[in-house]
Design a protein around this ligand. Structure first.
Ligand code: FDA
Length: 324
């Protein structure tokens, strides 16, 4: 990150809220569900589908979980009644995973069950290393209880990821459904790669491994190197927009899924690349956050990983490089 990025990290949390709001509005779909629905309606014309995230994360009391339980139920009801091609992304710590893991699991299971009744998939976003194992365990235990419409995220930067792909695959076989990304959290050197090229290479290896295990793979990156690697990896395995899902025993008929893989990008980031992939026929999904907690979310993300500040700086100074 250059000097400009560092300046933004220092100054942004001190800036008036409206300035932060102006900078960040391209990255979230508004403060309420209506705005999210309106954004999805508009962007679906570009051939995209969605995964909806209600902004907010680790809670400090179990009472706070109630908000997320109710709001995600509203999202579910809205996407079903309005027939929107969308699924859900949830953060287990927002349901209380770090406070009362049994209660959190119960609430998540209820939501996943309701989603299953409507053929909607639920993705557990992956948070920092404190919850890597418990998030994976949530997914495998839901599958054991008959819910196959759930998967999580594996972060290329973590040393453990390749072995997680193997062990999940042993339990779930072709029902495994992974989002693979670099990982936003700056993890300690003893458990994670910390250099950019190492993280990129490790993420590419994770994508290859997940494809080889027969998992459904959501490639979540805006990095041209990763997208190009993935396109080659898919081709080598006979996968692509024109080909049928080649995975043995795959849940191929699940609505709103691609032929064994899809590309995912964040709202507001590399719209050019997403539209190009969609035009080539690949299923492209936009991660669409909305909610009143956009300020806390933005500032926290900046503190966690100042690279985001560089992206914002670049988007501001060179808006053509990063159209929504
Ligand atoms: P990289 O950071 O190199 O970005 C490549 C290019 O994309 C940049 O040069 C820039 O142009 C643009 N860009 C990327 N991020 C930008 C931003 N925020 N603003 C503006 N421009 C940006 N992580 C995690 O730990 N747990 C999770 O559950 C998820 N979930 C998730 C879902 C989806 C759909 C995506 C796309 C990403 C995540 N991530 C995540 C975040 C992920 O781990 C990673 O931190 C970011 O995607 C940035 O890495 P890239 O691979 O995009 O490369």
């Amino acid at each position: 990150m250059g000097i400009l990025g560092r300046m933004v990290v220092t100054v942004l949390p001190l800036m008036p809220k409206f300035v932060v709001g102006w900078v960040s509005r391209r990255y979230h779909a508004g403060v309420d569900l209506d705005s999210a629905l309106e954004t999805m309606n508009r962007l679906s014309k570009e051939g995209a589908c969605f995964t909806v995230d209600v902004l907010g994360e680790e809670i400090t009391t179990m009472e706070e979980a109630q908000f997320f339980i109710e709001e995600y139920n509203r999202v579910l009801e809205a996407i079903v009644t309005k027939n929107i091609d969308a699924n859900l992304s949830i953060k287990p710590t927002a349901f209380g995973l770090l406070i009362d893991s049994l209660a959190a699991e119960k609430s998540i299971e209820k939501l996943v069950r309701e989603a299953a009744e409507n053929d909607i998939f639920v993705r557990l976003d992956m948070e920092d290393h404190r919850v890597t194992q418990s998030t994976i365990d949530l997914v495998t235990s839901m599958h054991e209880r008959g819910l196959s419409n759930i998967g999580t995220v594996l972060q290329g930067r973590l040393f453990r990821t390749l072995s997680d792909i193997d062990s999940i695959s042993e339990i779930l076989g072709s029902k495994a459904d992974h989002r693979i990304c670099k990982g936003i959290y700056l993890e300690p050197e003893k458990i994670a790669f910390t250099r950019r090229t190492e993280i990129t290479d490790a993420t590419n290896r994770a994508i290859d491994a997940a494809l080889d295990c027969g998992a459904y793979v959501a490639i979540a990156s805006h990095d041209t190197a990763i997208v190009e690697h993935s396109l080659n990896a898919l081709k080598q395995r006979g996968m692509g927009p024109e080909n049928q899902d080649p995975r043995e025993g795959a849940v191929a008929q699940r609505p709103a899924k691609g032929p064994g893989y899809e590309f995912q990008m964040l709202l507001g980031v590399r719209g050019d690349l997403r539209r190009k992939l969609a035009k080539e026929g690949h299923l492209t999904r936009i991660y669409l956050p909305y909610g009143s907690k956009w300020y806390e979310y933005g500032v926290r993300r900046l503190r966690e990983n100042p690279d985001v500040a560089w992206h914002i700086t670049k988007a501001l100074l060179m808006p053509w490089s990063n159209r929504r």
